[in-house]
Design a protein around this ligand. Structure first.
Ligand code: ASP
Length: 328
């Protein structure tokens, strides 16, 4: 049997980072080219063929529309190529959650798409990059990885795009999943799936948009007034995600200003600044009266991605926005 062919799309990040010292803290993300990373893996004589395609060499804090569009186009083309078994995206960890969720919502499931990063630069002591990449190769080339949409592989763990988030600034095991935890455990020599594939036969929820609207995340804080909401409307925000206290709460004056935004045609989604948990409708905030949607299991970063896609698709009505956050 010939070796499986995997497409590797490189965007930079710490996995391609280099440090001035093997023991120091400072480093530059995205210094090492994808070709060098892939050559390092090829030297290990794995039974896979890696096709390297660089998209960018940046820290993922700078990722956005141009790189997302390029990634989407490359993956959509790969999905139509019978010679490609899976796709790997090397990516910074800061915004892995956003890119993974955006692609998951806009691509058909089927071919495994695996995003991978690292918490330590390639030349640091105890670097996790090569191991994470080997783990990603194992996942992307496993036939059981099909029909799970976009996944993120970090720290010997596999997460679904809809669950994953970065939960620590510098630990090797920096990623967590909510509401599901890991969907598999992986090492360079083993792969254990915890449940059957969750996207069998599922097609993309949204077409790839022509552009993404300006949607802001506003974090609520005690003693805050309405001016930040007014400022966001003033710069032409098309949607607002509030990263609220607790179950998506905010001071009364802020809620009133957000209700004004809804009346002006700007959809508002309530999520939580708390790490985990549901934000449900009408618990302490009267969503029915104020016209808000509740983010349910999605944290602020993913809620913003979904709201951008909804607005780009012309969906701004509170009921339809809520249905999308409910998974419809
Ligand atoms: N700032 C880096 C990035 O997101 C951090 C990382 O990759 O871990 O690109």
């Amino acid at each position: 049997m010939s070796a499986q062919r995997l497409l590797v799309l490189g965007t930079g990040g710490t996995i391609a980072g280099s440090a001035s010292s093997a023991t120091g803290q400072s480093y530059a993300a995205g210094d090492i080219t994808l070709e060098v990373m892939v050559a390092n893996i090829a030297a290990l004589d794995l039974e896979v063929e890696l096709v390297a395609r660089p998209i960018a060499q940046i820290g993922s804090q700078d990722i956005g529309w141009p790189q997302w569009s390029a990634l989407h186009a490359e993956i959509a083309a790969a999905q139509g190529d019978a010679d490609i078994a899976g796709v790997i995206i090397t990516h910074g960890t800061d915004t892995a959650e956003e890119t993974a969720f955006l692609l998951d919502l806009t691509l058909d499931a089927g071919m495994p798409v695996v995003m991978v990063g690292a918490m330590r630069p390639a030349d640091a002591v105890g670097s996790d990059g090569i191991r994470n990449l080997l783990n990603a190769i194992r996942v992307a080339s496993d036939p059981r990885a099909r029909d799970r949409g976009v996944m993120v592989v970090m720290g010997d763990t596999v997460f679904a795009a809809s669950d994953v988030r970065k939960a620590a600034t510098s630990n090797i095991d920096a990623f967590k999943g909510y509401p599901r935890g890991p969907i598999a455990r992986v090492t360079p020599s083993s792969l254990d799936w915890f449940a059957p594939a969750h996207r069998i036969g599922s097609t993309k929820r949204f077409p790839w948009p022509e552009a993404l609207p300006r949607v802001a995340i506003l974090t609520a804080g005690a003693g805050m007034d309405a001016m930040p909401v007014q400022a966001l409307l003033g710069i032409g925000c098309k949607g607002i995600v509030i990263a609220g206290m607790g179950q998506g709460n905010a001071p009364r004056v802020v809620l009133d200003a957000l209700a004004d935004a809804v009346r002006a045609g700007v959809p508002v989604v309530r999520s939580s600044r708390v790490d985990e948990g549901m934000v449900d409708r009408n618990v302490e905030v009267d969503d029915d009266a104020l016209g808000f949607a509740a983010a349910r299991a999605l944290g602020p970063a993913k809620a913003r991605v979904l709201l951008m896609l909804l607005i780009a698709s012309g969906i701004t009505d509170a009921g339809a926005v809520q249905a999308a956050f409910d998974g419809g």
